[in-house]
Design a protein around this ligand. Structure first.
Ligand SMILES: [Fe+2]
Ligand SMILES: [Fe+2]
Length: 338
């Protein structure tokens, strides 16, 4: 084991995020200032926390391997079947741009990780911006961007932009306040200015990836005590023609993945700090994202599905209201930059 080094879960999460499949161990060692002999301890530590990492040797080079345990939906088809389609996508939600407690630095972190993994598709499940609530007197105090122009322009100027990567998004309850206040829709201006951001709908949207139907859903009600209860109800009320293979639910700022009635359901965590409202009501707030590993047949039926939960710890989040808006730059990666 490693001596005189940090062995906390926060540290493990940090290094696990950095480690990529096929990354030479020297790259990692120089970044974190470890000797090569200490790397074995790092691998042990990751495995202690349930992160399956190993070292492999290819052409005399020692490289990392991240081994995800895949959940078999059916035992009939082997994962090695060349006829299966394999897709990896990233899912984010509830960025609430303009709120004092937005966490753009964590959104950037997730996009950078997606880029490192070669992911081309990101889905955003609503509440891009914090909106505007004229009937809530406390609202202006909680935001550094208040009106439609400020928040919409911030999405255009600051949302991560990576060559070859497309973000598909729906609008949620907070985005919709701008429509309710004066008929303004974020998607209208974002579509004109950001070719890498594609709008799928207000509250609900659908996309198919290799015929795998994915439904993005942003409800409008409050969260229940049990994180699984509301998603189960969402699946039960789906019309049969609407029923997707994967259901992604935003809005609840919770994190939960389960399979129910042949639907793979993921409640997607948010990327903002706990709001004053949540604090007062004692509502929990999960900050993170998901990476989905999907193997499907030619008809779009899922054969293997692995939802990888990324949760940011308290240390990763910035509470100071000004820090994120002042310090964080737009994440922009051009082809061949890395
Ligand atoms: Fe939200
Ligand atoms: Fe919402």
């Amino acid at each position: 084991m490693i001596e005189n080094k940090d062995t906390s879960l926060e540290f493990v999460n940090k290094i696990y995020k950095y480690i990529r499949n096929d990354m030479p161990i020297e790259t990692f060692a120089s970044k974190f200032n470890f000797s090569i002999s200490e790397i074995t301890g790092i691998v042990e530590l990751c495995n202690l926390y349930g992160k399956n990492v190993s070292i492999d040797y290819e052409e005399n080079n020692a490289i990392f391997k991240k081994n995800f345990t895949r959940r078999a939906v059916t035992s009939k088809i082997s994962i090695d079947d060349p006829k299966l389609n394999h897709n990896q996508i990233c899912v984010v939600s509830d960025t609430h741009f303009g709120n004092n407690h937005q966490q753009l630095h964590l959104l950037n972190n997730v996009y950078e990780e997606a880029y490192n993994r070669g992911i081309k598709t990101v889905l955003h499940v609503g509440d891009l911006v914090d909106g505007n609530y004229p009937n809530r007197p406390e609202n202006p105090r909680q935001q550094f961007l208040h009106n439609f122009d400020e928040q919409a322009n911030y999405v255009i100027d600051m949302y991560p932009e990576i060559d070859g990567m497309t973000t598909y998004y729906i609008l949620g309850s907070h985005d919709e306040t701008h429509y309710k206040n004066g008929g303004a829709t974020i998607n209208n201006i974002v579509t004109r200015c950001r070719k890498d951001m594609k709008y799928l709908g207000q509250d609900v949207g659908e996309i198919s990836i290799d015929k795998v139907k994915i439904l993005l859903d942003h409800p409008g009600d409050g969260k229940s005590q049990s994180w699984s209860y509301k998603p189960q109800k969402r699946i039960e009320i789906l019309e049969s023609h609407q029923k997707p293979k994967i259901l992604l639910i935003g809005h609840y700022h919770g994190s939960y993945a389960f399979s129910y009635r042949n639907v793979q359901c993921v409640m997607v965590p948010c990327l903002c700090y706990k709001t004053q409202f949540q604090q007062k009501k004692g509502i929990s707030n999960a900050v993170g994202a998901y990476f989905l590993d999907i193997y499907s047949d030619e008809k779009g039926n899922i054969q293997y599905f692995e939802p990888e939960e990324i949760l940011f710890s308290e240390k990763d989040r910035w509470y100071e209201a000004d820090k994120d808006k002042k310090k964080v730059k737009k994440l922009e990666i051009k082809h061949g930059q890395y």
